[in-house]
Ligand binder design. Structure first.
Ligand SMILES: NC(=O)c1ccc[n+]([C@@H]2O[C@H](COP(=O)([O-])OP(=O)(O)OC[C@H]3O[C@@H](n4cnc5c(N)ncnc54)[C@H](OP(=O)(O)O)[C@@H]3O)[C@@H](O)[C@H]2O)c1
Length: 486
């Protein structure tokens, strides 16, 4: 990550600046960027939320939270440098007068700083306020001005289904152009998700075999050990299909399956990802048994702010096909959930077995299929499994692994997702944000699955906290085809 003051200098306005997301993600990311001297000199933050804090009270609040959530202790000089950049403005989202105060605050700061008018707005708020805030900003002329850029960073969820996402998009588009909307999918800035494209583009051994002729199936897995914790109110309305599959899982699928564009520009990437998302084969009700497994961890209904009779899924596994010549007949298995055995995200590309292997028939040995595993978190790395001959006089097979662990290297200091997201938004780089066309295509496909799930609560299976998920998840794989969850 490099800094370019001229391009990045801006005022950042955080709506919802006393909330969980700001404390957990934005403040630590800005602190680390400050520590690395990556924030431009003219960068300042206007934190806006409902509480009537003074600047000092607000800074004490975010400092307390930082210290509660982060193991590393604060370096006083870095914190002070960052604190000097912050302002706090009490603002009620529906109150017109408060936006006038915001407008004056921004204009005053820009005058004092001699800033060129660039503004980065961040909606760290519940989605019910997205439209109100955008409308108020437009009404008070906080967005369109004579000079400088304006950008809006927006958190998930972007809608609850295709219709509500479309409606939200239309309202936002009355205020911002598509190029000004930075829809966050933090998986897209994860180091190994980005590395997936490099692996494909920069290694001749992978791309020519990246198709149905050579690949048996793909597994995309993102599991969490924890339950919903304090986020039950949000999660109970969403569930795994909306919270994870519609966005992160389908984005990873699109990046794994797309044609590699000749240049990794935002436009070209989007075009290729959209082709994949539009090629997702719909699930028919009659085949749900073979395509979908839903679960809920035991004890979920007792979590704070979760309905006592909730039928929200905390686990989803899907077997997906693409109507795409490159992937004819190749299943993509997606698995995600909370309250599972481990925190883990990875993409596994399992190759087909070689045809007619020499001496194997005589020795009755079994080949292990080649597997390319892209480990996303917590370990970041690439593992390639293949077969070799066991040293000795007999022809005995030995499966081995080449294992590259990226975040084990002492020289690697992987930036956190929100550091990259903020830097990229300040620079106007859009490749790691989702375009409306991608959001629309993924909602269009998944809403059929969600509406089936909502009308079939009996399909939900309870699983033990800390287990591998509900019974039946293995039935999505065909053991006689040499497949198993990895
Ligand atoms: N938390 C996470 O880790 C996380 C992760 C991914 C996405 N998200 C998304 O990020 C967004 C924010 O989540 P969050 O967990 O940070 O929510 P939160 O903790 O409930 O914070 C909400 C913020 O909005 C402010 N607010 C609420 N109503 C307001 C009003 N009428 N006028 C002015 N301010 C108001 C609150 O201010 P006061 O405190 O002053 O009332 C607070 O600063 C949501 O869309 C969520 O889905 C969160």
């Amino acid at each position: 990550m490099a800094r370019d003051d001229e391009q990045m200098n801006c005022l950042m306005v955080i709506f919802g600046a006393t909330g969980d997301l700001t404390s957990r993600k934005l403040v630590p990311a800005l602190y680390r960027l400050e520590a690395k001297d990556l924030l431009p000199d003219g960068f300042q933050v206007v934190a806006a939320a409902r509480k009537e804090y003074s600047k000092e009270q607000y800074l004490a609040h975010i400092r307390d939270k930082y210290e509660a959530y982060n193991q590393e202790s604060l370096e006083e000089n870095i914190w002070n440098k960052l604190a000097d950049r912050w302002h706090y403005l009490p603002l009620e989202f529906g109150n017109t007068d408060d936006y006038l105060k915001l407008k004056q605050k921004l204009e005053g700061l820009e005058k004092d700083l001699g800033n060129n008018g660039n503004r980065l707005f961040y909606l760290a708020v519940s989605p019910q306020y997205f439209e109100t805030i955008a409308r108020q900003m437009k009404a008070h002329d906080i967005t369109k001005r004579e000079q400088g850029w304006q950008r809006l960073m927006i958190e998930k969820p972007f809608g609850r289904d295709a219709a509500s996402a479309r409606e939200l998009n239309q309202s936002l588009r009355q205020v911002f152009e598509e190029e000004e909307l930075f829809r966050i999918d933090h998986y897209l800035v994860k180091e190994m998700v980005q590395n997936l494209m490099t692996l494909r583009a920069a290694n001749q051994i992978f791309e020519p075999t990246w198709n149905a002729d050579h690949i048996d199936h793909v597994q995309i897995i993102s599991t969490e050990k924890d339950g919903v914790g304090t986020r039950g109110g949000y999660y109970d309305q969403a569930g795994a299909l909306r919270d994870m599959v519609q966005n992160h899982m389908l984005q990873m699928l699109a990046l794994s399956a797309m044609e590699m564009p000749d240049f990794l520009t935002a436009e070209k990437l989007r075009a290729e990802k959209v082709k994949i998302l539009k090629s997702l084969v719909p699930f028919h009700s009659a085949e749900m048994e073979k395509r979908l497994v839903l679960g809920q961890y035991e004890g979920y209904r007792e979590e704070p702010r979760v309905a006592a009779a909730s039928s929200t899924e905390t686990f989803a596994a899907l077997k997906v096909f693409l109507k795409h010549p490159r992937w004819k007949g190749v299943p993509f298995y997606l698995k995600t959930g909370k309250g599972l055995a481990e925190k883990n995200a990875r993409i596994v590309i399992q190759y087909k077995l070689p045809i007619g292997s020499w001496s194997l028939a005589e020795t009755h040995q079994e080949l292990i299929p080649n597997r390319l595993t892209i480990q996303i978190q917590p370990r970041e790395g690439v593992v390639l499994s293949f077969n070799t001959k066991k040293p000795g006089t007999e022809d005995i097979l030995m499966p081995v692994k080449m294992d590259f662990c990226q975040n084990c290297l002492a020289v690697t200091n992987t930036p956190e997702a929100y550091e990259k997201l903020l830097m990229e938004a300040m620079k106007g780089e859009r490749a790691s944000f989702t375009h409306w066309d991608e959001v629309e295509a993924s909602w269009t496909w998944i809403e059929g699955v969600i509406s089936w799930a909502e009308s079939h609560p009996e399909a939900l299976r309870v699983y033990q906290m800390g287990s591998e998920g509900p019974e039946g998840v293995e039935r999505l794989m065909s053991p006689n085809e040499g497949r198993e969850w990895l």
